[in-house]
Design a protein around this ligand. Structure first.
Ligand code: PFF
Length: 450
């Protein structure tokens, strides 16, 4: 039986909801620390190329699949591939979503915990020495990381009970503009610190001596992670798109806006990191060690620190719900489960698997020394997702659209049955999908593993 499906109510709602999935911890937490670890500007240039030539075409492919079929990721892939071998895409997508949620919710929990600390004034008077103790207390120990992760999951589950229009659309329409404003305020503050110039140079002066193939794989993985592709989130959200949405236009706007948010986050973090003498390559703790310091010594810093963590919590929550939604619609449409039940079941599964990540998110954590393939559970899930599942799935999705989906179907979707006059754009895009994106992914992937 066909399920009655909801749709977003306007192009603006489509854009903001899609952007809200893309913008998340990837921009505020991961982009700065990976850029820091890989030498700054040179990495950013490679990242931008990956977004334009690989991330964007895969994003558009997912939109075609999602809006074209109006199903959950499993149903969509089955329908569009007519049950052929590409069906594996949905298995990889669902696996990637579970693994990603397992570690993503840990970091969402850290953000919530810092928001709480900011509100109660625990971040006041933090110094370069005490900031790492705060991070230790948040991410180590049997209780704190798990409790905060649970809170994150409960918040996500509660929003999703309200559905697509009442939950996702309402929340993203209200919060996305606020988020962008708040981020601008934080970047402005960081840029006006003494010594900010060194951080700006780090972001704009490329040093290619640090670039090797591993760096390119990181940039590629980040492009997938950032644009929320490869895991089914964009197939799921685009299945709620309006019929008249310009898919190429939406993808372009989302990719550009998302990149601008990442760069602004870089402008908020690096000048401050340099100004306070912190190592820009200090890894996942970078955000949590730097931000309290930015605000600690300035007038009005208390309010600004709250603003910053509200912003981070909003961005993280909205991305988290886009991931949860992937699983929930698979359960409601494929297993015919009631929405509420599907939410509860998935929250429980993720809490169980995710606790392994929660206890190893900090190398000093209880499971910090339990290594699988030389990695902690937290790093294992992250690596599995960003470096393996997302790139492979991205490749399969682009091959599917480039070579196996009927050309007329593609053109009809991309031009809204000829209404949009964009033949040249479509031709160029199909060329990139067929010859450029897959070859780039294959080269990077093979070179890094062989
Ligand atoms: N794009 C999100 C971020 O940058 O934080 C993360 C993400 C959300 C990845 C949803 C994948 C996804 F399906």
């Amino acid at each position: 039986m066909e399920q009655k499906r909801e749709k977003f109510s306007s192009s603006l709602a489509v854009f903001l909801a899609t952007l809200s999935s893309a913008v998340g911890l990837g921009n505020i937490w991961m982009f700065p620390y990976i850029t820091g670890e890989n030498g700054g500007a040179a990495f950013i240039i490679i990242y931008l190329i990956c977004v334009a030539l690989v991330g964007l075409p895969v994003l558009i492919s997912e939109f075609i699949i999602g809006r074209g079929t109006r199903r959950n990721v499993h149903g969509a892939i089955s329908k569009i591939t007519n049950k052929n071998r590409f069906k594996i895409i949905s298995v990889f997508a669902i696996l990637a979503t579970y693994f990603m949620l397992s570690f993503y919710t840990v970091v969402v929990g850290w953000v919530y915990s810092y928001l709480y600390k900011a509100v109660i004034g625990a971040l006041k008077g933090v110094t370069s020495e005490t900031t790492s103790i705060l991070f230790y207390n948040t991410s180590v120990g049997p209780i704190a990381p798990i409790i905060w992760q649970m809170i994150a999951l409960l918040v996500g589950g509660t929003i999703l009970v309200l559905g697509v229009k009442g939950g996702i659309e309402k929340l993203t329409k209200t919060l996305m503009p606020v988020l962008i404003l708040l981020l601008g305020i934080c970047a402005f503050r960081s840029l006006t610190l003494a010594g900010a110039m060194e951080g700006i140079n780090f972001l704009i002066k490329p040093d290619f001596s640090k670039v090797h193939i591993g760096v390119v794989l990181s940039a590629l993985g980040l492009a997938f992670f950032k644009l929320s592709v490869g895991s089914g989130a964009m197939i799921t959200y685009s299945s709620y798109y309006t019929d008249d949405n310009n898919l190429i236009g939406t993808a372009g706007k989302v990719a550009i806006s998302d990149t601008l948010v990442s760069l602004t986050a870089g402008l908020a973090i690096f000048p401050a990191a340099f100004s306070f003498g912190l190592e820009p390559s200090s890894g996942p703790g970078l955000l949590f060690n730097t931000v309290p310091l930015i605000f600690a010594k300035m007038p009005g810093g208390w309010v600004l620190s709250i603003i910053f963590f509200v912003l981070a919590a909003m961005a993280a929550t909205m991305s988290m719900i886009s991931l949860l939604e992937v699983l929930i619609v698979v359960f409601t449409e494929e297993l015919k489960m009631e929405r509420k039940k599907a939410i509860i079941m998935n929250v429980i599964i993720i809490a169980l698997v995710g606790s392994l990540a929660a206890l190893s998110g900090n190398p000093n954590g209880i499971l910090g020394n339990k290594l699988v393939f030389g990695l902690t559970f937290f790093d294992l899930f992250d690596t599995l997702v960003s470096k393996i599942l997302l790139p492979i799935n991205g490749l399969l999705i682009i091959l599917l659209t480039g070579y196996f989906i009927n050309k007329k179907y593609l053109t009809d979707q991309l031009s809204n049955n000829g209404i949009l006059n964009n033949e040249l754009t479509i031709k160029t895009l199909i060329f990139i999908m067929k010859y450029i994106s897959p070859i780039l992914i294959i080269i990077v992937f093979l070179k890094s593993f062989i």
